[in-house]
Design a protein around this ligand. Structure first.
Ligand code: HPA
Length: 274
C-alpha cells in the first residue's frame, strides 16, 4: 500500500464514522492539552484504532483524535503529535496534517513548546510563529511528489497565514495576553543544543527553537492548507548563562501557560471564518 492509499484508508475510516465538513484542524503540542476539555466532543478515537496512524510514544503526550465543536466551529484535534526524534518517518510525522486537509479542514492551528533564544522573551511567554528555519535533515516532501496533494516545488515565501496570525493578535490584544512574534528553528533532537549551537541559532535569525512543527507546516503549505502556530516558551537558552535542561520544569511551565493559551485558542477559533 502506498502512502496515498494509506491516507485514503484513514480518511475513509473517519468519514464512515461521521467525520465530515471539518472547519479547523488543531495539532496540540505540549501546553495545549486543556483545550480538549473545551471541545464538545462527538467522537474520540485512540490513534491505535485508526488505520495507518502510528501510536504516539512520548508518555506525556496522549494519542487521541477528537472530533467535535469548539466555539461554533467543527474541529478535529490531534492530541499527541509524532516527533521525528521518536523514530517516525517524515511521512508518518505529517499524516495528521494530510488527513485533516483531506477531511476538508480549511485551517490548521499548531502549538508547541520551545526554548527562547531571544533575551526579551522569558519562559512562560507565548510566541506566534512568523517564519521558520528548517534544520531537520529530511523533508516530508522528499521522494516522488504526491501530485494529488500539491506541487513538486511548493513556495515557502509565507508559510504562516498572515490572516490567521493577524486575527490571533487581535484576540491577544483584546484578552490582554502578551504575544510575541518570531522565527522558530526546527531541529531534529532529541538531544538539546550545545551553547555553541544556541549561539549559532541566534546568529542565523531564530527567536525560538524546538523539535516539531516545521515538517507539519511544510506538509500544510504543500497542500494549500493555511496554518498558524504558537510556541509556549518553556525555557531560556542563553549560551552565556545556560542552566541544564530540566524536563520537569519545562512541563511545569507549559502547564502554567495552558489556561492563557486555551483562552486564546478558543476565542481565536470563534473568530475564524471557516
Ligand atoms: N531546545 C531547547 N529548548 C527547548 C526545546 C528545544 O528543542 N524544546 C523546548 N524547549
Amino acid at each position: 500500500m502506498d502512502i496515498q492509499e494509506e491516507l485514503q484508508a484513514s480518511v475513509e475510516y473517519l468519514q464512515a464514522r461521521g467525520v465530515g465538513d471539518v472547519d479547523v484542524a488543531i495539532v496540540l503540542g505540549t501546553g495545549l492539552g486543556g483545550l480538549v476539555k473545551e471541545i464538545e466532543a462527538e467522537h474520540e478515537w485512540n490513534y491505535s484504532q485508526i488505520p495507518h496512524i502510528p501510536v504516539a510514544t512520548v508518555e506525556f503526550h496522549f494519542g487521541k483524535l477528537i472530533y467535535g465543536v469548539l466555539a461554533g466551529k467543527r474541529v478535529i484535534a490531534w492530541q499527541g503529535r509524532f516527533h521525528y526524534y521518536e523514530g517516525y518517518t517524515m511521512e508518518q510525522v505529517v499524516k495528521p496534517v494530510r488527513i485533516s486537509k483531506m477531511l476538508g479542514a480549511k485551517a490548521l492551528l499548531i502549538s508547541n513548546a520551545a526554548g527562547s533564544l531571544n533575551p526579551n522573551m522569558a519562559k512562560g511567554s507565548l510566541m506566534c510563529l512568523e517564519d521558520h528555519i528548517n534544520l531537520f535533515p529530511d523533508s516530508p516532501l522528499r521522494g516522488p511528489n504526491l501530485d494529488a496533494l500539491g506541487t513538486r516545488f511548493p513556495d515557502m515565501c509565507q508559510p504562516y497565514s498572515s490572516g490567521l496570525s493577524a486575527s490571533l493578535f487581535d484576540v491577544a490584544r483584546e484578552l490582554d495576553i502578551p504575544l510575541y512574534t518570531g522565527v522558530y528553528a526546527g531541529v531534529p533532537g532529541p538531544q538539546l543544543e550545545t551553547r555553541a549551537e544556541y549561539r549559532y541559532l541566534r546568529t542565523i535569525g531564530a527567536d525560538a527553537v524546538g523539535m516539531s512543527t516545521v515538517p507539519e507546516v511544510i506538509a500544510a503549505v504543500h497542500m494549500g492548507l493555511p496554518c498558524a502556530a504558537v510556541s509556549v516558551i518553556t525555557d531560556e537558552c542563553n549560551p552565556e548563562n545556560l542552566a541544564p535542561f530540566d524536563l520537569d520544569e519545562v512541563v511545569e511551565v507549559a502547564k502554567a501557560a495552558e489556561p492563557k493559551l486555551t483562552r486564546l485558542f478558543k476565542e481565536w477559533m470563534g473568530r475564524l471564518v471557516a
